[in-house]
Design a protein around this ligand. Sequence first.
Ligand SMILES: Nc1ncnc2c1ncn2[C@@H]1O[C@H](COP(=O)(O)OP(=O)(O)O)[C@@H](O)[C@H]1O
Ligand SMILES: [Mg+2]
Length: 354
Amino acid sequence: MYYENAQAAYSAGNFPNAKRNFLLAAETMYKLAKMSTGNLQKSRMDRAKRLIEMAENIGKKPIPKVKGPEPSEKEEDTGKQWETAEIPNISFDDIAGLEDVKKAITLRMIYPLKYPDKYKTYNKKTGGGVLLYGPPGTGKTMIAKAIAYEVNAKFYTVKCSDVISKWVGDSEKNINSLFETAKKDDLAIIFFDELDGLFGTRGKDIHNDKRVGEFLQQIDGFSGRSTNLLILGATNRPWDVDKAALRPGRFSQSIYVPLPDEKAREFLFRKSLEGVPLKDVNIEDLISLTEGYSGADIDELCDRAKEQPLIDSIKHDSIINITMQDFKYALKAVRPSVDKESLKEYEKYINNLG
Ligand SMILES: Nc1ncnc2c1ncn2[C@@H]1O[C@H](COP(=O)(O)OP(=O)(O)O)[C@@H](O)[C@H]1O
Ligand SMILES: [Mg+2]
């Protein structure tokens, strides 16, 4: 299982995840080796060592060809450009910080479903899609899933960049069938990830213009009519989204998802390090050393810091604590992925929304 996960992560280019899974596969293999004897034990030990080598070499050596179809080929087999998930199991409690974001979403999307009568009484506006925007790795995809969990909705993801690269021409047909499918659910969320890819600003390319027009029509046709369908979008590049997509009835509310503040970073560290063997690791220091890091960066940082102690603990078959030294090393390797310049772009965008 870990091995398959590692390979999948590898082909998807997610090296930290691949590494972690190779190590977990190695650990499992060691345990199996210890339960066996003779040749079997020896071959399992060898395999475990090879797995550690693979983990250690990720990012250093050229990528070995992995067996099995690439993820993109699999998608093409099914002829679909969207993924279905049953109700995801990420809740608001798993999300660090973003209190304002959670509040806005609760009022806009969750309460209208839970307390429809109250909304009627106050004649409070509901409906319309929400667009989450902000730097990469801040939890936009996570929030989208958490919303589905909070309201018990089936969750459909459209990776907009995939739609464009692979399905020029067929896009409209596919999106149409997605809406038809989602409408049959009791409650469904269609999540347009990387929305800028789908609703690019018009006037630059005729294919894009045609597509934007047709998708907007789709959304107009369904929003308002079906109360059991919620539309969510996310983008790192809000300025590249066609303004027409932000009109009432479409993605009528935009919500900024910022980098994690101190409290959110503390939450992320505590979650990642909970129950893990530590020695002299000062979380306060880590919080101040990671100003400007995204949630995804902090995930990767912790992952890096765990690597060497994990490898050593496998090699010596004993528990090796993670130390501040491991974090110092990791901090050098994992730099903030969002630079100051792009943060300014967001500020500019927010001010222009006015
Ligand atoms: N606010 C957050 N709370 C908890 N985890 C987070 C948060 N932001 C980022 N992460 C971590 O980073 C990963 C990537 O986040 P993701 O939701 O895909 O970011 P985005 O969609 O904004 O690019 C998540 O799977 C999670 O592990
Ligand atoms: Mg995302």
